[in-house]
Design a protein around this ligand. Sequence first.
Ligand SMILES: Cc1cc2nc3c(=O)[nH]c(=O)nc-3n(C[C@H](O)[C@H](O)[C@H](O)COP(=O)(O)OP(=O)(O)OC[C@H]3O[C@@H](n4cnc5c(N)ncnc54)[C@H](O)[C@@H]3O)c2cc1C
Length: 177
Amino acid sequence: MTGNEKLVSTLAETCIDFVVANTIPELAEKMNRLTGDSSVQFQNLEEEIFHWDSMIGRGKKFHNDDQLRRLDQLRNYAGDRFRTCKPQKILDREALPLIAIREFILTRKSLGGIETDLESRVLYRNGKVIPGLYAIGEAAGFGGGGIHGKGSLEGTFLGSCIVTARVAARSITGKSV
Ligand SMILES: Cc1cc2nc3c(=O)[nH]c(=O)nc-3n(C[C@H](O)[C@H](O)[C@H](O)COP(=O)(O)OP(=O)(O)OC[C@H]3O[C@@H](n4cnc5c(N)ncnc54)[C@H](O)[C@@H]3O)c2cc1C
């Protein structure tokens, strides 16, 4: 098995959102215990897993599952191939234990956010400045003022977060920072 085993075992030991089990009923039971309800029905989970594993078992030319197609597509690009494991049966003895991870929805790189002017001052909807209120970084769409235009890419965001923090500091203090 490849992958970052140390990271997985550290998360399993320390992160409450990581649920580890050796069987599907045990996994479902632990998932429900974590969320305090019974929304995970182990029969449904089992059905999905059997469907997934049998699709993989039939061989690549029969992969008409949308998730498998997307994984195959991702793995065509070298950068994604490096971090996306190839289709793998879930109930594979060599790959146990089963791990479920509770997720929370977040947005990132929305390029939206609080509207500011080029001094990082927050604006009302009518474009007027709200005195004394500043926004920078990701909260301000990575800098506000459409700093990235349509050319934003991975790796270009942190810079504008720092730049707009400096712009705000300069605007607040009146000094060059
Ligand atoms: C997975 C991931 C990968 C990324 N990779 C890249 C990359 O390769 N290159 C790149 O340029 N950018 C990357 N980014 C984007 C970049 O890291 C972020 O845009 C940048 O760190 C945002 O900086 P920020 O200071 O605006 O916000 P944050 O770093 O989110 O800082 C906001 C801070 O405010 C704190 N906070 C929130 N609410 C409160 C409160 N009520 N009171 C007090 N504090 C509060 C938070 O705890 C946090 O410390 C990545 C982002 C993610 C999530």
